[in-house]
Design a protein around this ligand. Structure first.
Ligand SMILES: *[C@@H]1O[C@H](CO)[C@@H](O)[C@H](O)[C@H]1NC(C)=O
Ligand SMILES: *[C@@H]1O[C@H](CO)[C@@H](O)[C@H](O)[C@H]1NC(C)=O
Ligand SMILES: *[C@@H]1O[C@H](CO)[C@@H](O)[C@H](O)[C@H]1NC(C)=O
Ligand SMILES: *[C@@H]1O[C@H](CO)[C@@H](O)[C@H](O)[C@H]1NC(C)=O
Length: 256
């Protein structure tokens, strides 16, 4: 009699265990890397930064920024030129740059810390950019008018008012600018050209594989794999428990 009841109880426990194991196996897959900022997404939402997005992609600076945001203690500030700003460039301005110079141009629009409109007001000039490399070149000046809160960013070649922000949440600040910022090192007056020597001509940087999005599916696949591996582990644990219970049940039902 007592044995019959405990058999029944054990079977119930067994069913319950199997049921909860299958529940666990269907639990939602691991979430995306938390808090990863989607720079392209933010700019796309702005609706007028297609040229800048393309340039970030072509130079791979976009990826660099996203991974820097992950580690950068000071945050980053980006001046995002509008499509209108690119339209206003003299024809051939971008195509006249080597790929390395295009990288510098994009990095010139990124400051290596988070600036709120208030911290801009108190910054001291010149301000390093991500293109500066600690050499005091590729800097910008931020100037505020004494009468208003209007800020200008100037390069020594051109200047632009710093318009409203597209994004302002540490570690990332993005401000819209109506001009492409032209670094003095690339667009300032050139010293009289010496006879061109092929020996000192800088090598063109070989662009790395342009389409980095090819990596994305691989990452997703491995995430899936680890999820299903976890599921398999849960299921095999449940199977082991079931086997153990089955043995117990048999032992209790046939005591001798
Ligand atoms: C970023 O946002 C864009 C546009 O919303 C989207 O197409 C893209 O898949 C997103 N990238 C990531 C890594 O989430
Ligand atoms: C960002 O940081 C998280 C957590 O530290 C890490 O798992 C992830 O791989 C990092 N992503 C990049 C692109 O560095
Ligand atoms: C900002 O630049 C505009 C021209 O783009 C100029 O008219 C204005 O005076 C400048 N303001 C400051 C504070 O430099
Ligand atoms: C930037 O500011 C520094 C320091 O005030 C000044 O010496 C320099 O001439 C300025 N450069 C430009 C391009 O305005």
């Amino acid at each position: 009699m007592a044995v019959g009841y405990s058999c029944f109880a054990l079977a119930a426990v067994l069913l319950l265990l199997l049921f909860s194991a299958s529940e666990a196996a269907t639990v939602a897959p691991a979430p995306e890397a938390p808090g990863k900022l989607n720079l392209t997404g933010i700019l796309e939402k702005g609706g007028q930064y297609e040229n800048f997005i393309r340039l970030l992609k072509a130079t791979q600076v976009g990826e660099q920024i996203e991974s820097q945001l992950n580690n950068s203690f000071n945050g980053l500030t980006i001046f995002a030129p509008t499509d209108n700003a690119f339209d206003n460039l003299k024809a051939g301005t971008l195509n006249g740059l080597s790929s390395q110079e295009q990288v510098s141009l994009v990095l010139y629009h990124v400051l290596p810390r988070f600036y709120s409109p208030t911290t801009f007001q108190t910054t001291s000039n010149p301000v390093s950019t991500q293109a500066s490399g600690g050499n005091g070149v590729y800097t910008v000046n931020i100037t505020a008018s004494s009468s208003s809160s209007q800020l200008n960013v100037s390069t020594g070649v051109n200047q632009a008012p710093v318009s409203n922000h597209l994004y302002l949440d540490f570690p990332l600040a993005i401000y819209s600018v109506d001009s492409v910022l032209l670094p003095y090192q690339l667009f300032g007056p050139k010293p009289p050209a010496a006879a061109p020597s092929p020996l000192v001509k800088p090598k063109k940087a070989t662009p790395r594989a342009a389409d980095s999005t090819a990596d994305a599916p691989a990452t997703t696949a491995s995430a899936d794999q680890s999820t299903s591996a976890a599921a398999t582990r849960v299921i095999s644990k449940a199977a082991a428990a079931a086997a153990l219970l089955a043995v117990l049940t048999v032992t209790i039902a046939n005591p001798l």
